[in-house]
Design a protein around this ligand. Structure first.
Ligand code: ADP
Ligand code: MG
Length: 218
């Protein structure tokens, strides 16, 4: 298990034990708990978490990745940008086929943060190939701040995006993570605590998120 966790290259360790489901009403808790049992990985299904920044997509992906390692599934966590970068580098160094093969072998590939950076045409093709090859061969978990109808802006091609979504969503669990940024909410809570010590009067407006505040995240 330790070996699985090391090989997964998680940037941080997060588990569902520290996840506050009450903070995100749109998220189907029962589904997340079910996914943590990893039967979907056995069935080679996919999972896509969608929602704006700070809603716990990465946290959930890390937690499901950790659960997969605990069940002895080979797992790899990577951001979409890093994966595309790695693929381009491998292509330049003529070791693309080996990398592709390794990527097609992992039981669970987690691709985080699809959507923040658009890919070049070559980058799109390379990522498309990775994800296509995994179709019905292994599970892929993706997180994105963009709804499906905006994925074309990341891949640059409607045809390719259509083909990709067709495969990815054939057997898929969707995690809807729409809500306020947890980071923003918790920093406001801290600020409120500090404020409460400094001021005798509680600030009644403090728990309203500021207009446009959530968009400044990330
Ligand atoms: P996203 O990937 O959607 O931008 P993250 O998963 O990175 O968001 O969450 C931002 C921070 O807030 C992380 O430190 C994460 O652990 C924490 N966080 C987000 N949602 C929750 C939650 N519901 N319960 C506990 N911590 C959360
Ligand atoms: Mg994230």
């Amino acid at each position: 298990m330790e070996r699985r966790i090391r090989a997964a290259k998680f940037p941080q360790t997060k588990s569902l034990d520290t996840f506050d489901f009450k903070a995100i009403a749109s998220l189907n808790k029962a589904l997340v708990l079910e996914l943590a049992r990893c039967e979907w990985i056995e069935r080679r299904e996919n999972c896509i978490a969608l929602g704006p920044a700070g809603t716990g997509k990465t946290h959930t992906a890390l937690a499901l990745g950790l659960a997969a390692c605990q069940k002895n599934y080979s797992t790899l966590f990577v951001t979409a940008a890093a994966l595309v970068h790695e693929l381009m580098e491998a292509r330049d160094e003529r070791r693309l086929r080996i990398l592709q093969k390794n990527l097609s072998k992992v039981d669970l590939l987690i691709v985080d943060e699809l959507g923040y950076v658009p890919f070049t045409a070559v980058g799109s093709e390379l990522l498309f190939e990775v994800l296509s090859r995994r179709y019905e061969q292994g599970s892929t978990m993706l997180t994105s701040n963009l709804p499906f109808d905006e994925w074309t802006s990341v891949f640059g091609s409607e045809r390719l995006t259509g083909a990709l979504l067709d495969r990815l969503t054939h057997h898929v669990h969707i995690l809807e993570m729409n809500g306020d940024s947890y980071r923003l909410a918790s920093s406001q809570k801290r600020a409120r605590k500090r404020g409460a010590l400094a001021q005798p009067e509680p600030n009644i407006h403090a728990d309203k998120p500021q207009e446009g505040g959530a968009t400044s995240e990330d």
